[in-house]
Design a binder for this molecule. Structure first.
Ligand code: HEC
Length: 183
């Protein structure tokens, strides 16, 4: 059956009309942009859970924090998600390991997670800036979802400072020398 294009065109018209009114979207401030595209109404508990699962999946959190995620082509059931990884990320910062977020969240109440993630600062390869730029309700949704999974697994190996050799497995990033000062 040929789909009727009318609703799509109508949706675009509405979106353009809304975008025209949303001055905030044009500003190069990630937090403000996130506010502008965030949920218009507070989410219900059920919606927060579904949103959290979606954010974790689309935010790529499993890529690093879930062992076997990429080998499974993103098909592992949620019970295996975010249990931390023994695959080290070695670079000039030392060697970091994606944390076990199931244990992390089990130890934290929601208010603590909200202030912790609003100011999240970690070492590479964690994209802490992406978490800081999220809409508040998306960070809350991530908490609700991970918390609903319950604690599982072991803590990830401890960070190793620069100059200490990790045991395999690890990824090593060999970076170009820093550019001269002033560039
Ligand atoms: C490219 C790999 C990568 C991706 C993608 C990634 N992380 Fe991480 N994450 C790490 C690593 C490595 C660490 C440990 C950093 C350190 O030791 O400082 C970490 C640490 C963290 C921490 C701090 C844990 C602690 O013990 O304090 C949180 C919270 C976190 N990640 C949440 C997330 C969330 C939520 C997502 C998805 C939006 C995500 N991460 C995506 C690699 C990643």
């Amino acid at each position: 059956m040929r789909p009727n294009p009318a609703p799509t065109l109508l949706s675009f018209a509405v979106l353009f009309a809304i975008a025209g009114c949303m001055d905030a979207v044009d500003r190069p401030d990630a937090a403000r942009a996130a506010q502008a595209i965030g949920a218009a109404a507070p989410m219900t508990d059920t919606e927060l859970l579904a949103r959290g699962e979606y954010m974790v999946r689309m935010g790529g959190c499993n890529d690093c924090h879930t062992p076997g995620w990429n080998d499974s082509a993103g098909q592992l059931p949620t019970q295996h998600w975010l249990t931390g990884s023994p695959l080290g990320n070695k670079g000039p910062w030392g060697t970091t390991y994606p944390a076990n977020l199931r244990l992390k969240v089990a130890d934290m109440d929601e208010a603590t997670w909200m202030s912790y993630t609003a100011n999240l600062h970690t070492r590479p390869l964690m994209p802490d800036f992406a978490v800081r730029a999220m809409h508040e309700e998306d960070r809350r949704a991530i908490y609700r979802f991970i918390h609903s999974l319950g604690p599982a697994g072991q803590p990830a190996p401890a960070f190793l400072p620069p100059g200490q050799d990790p045991s395999p497995p690890y990824l090593e990033l060999v970076l170009p020398p820093a550019p001269p000062a002033g560039h």
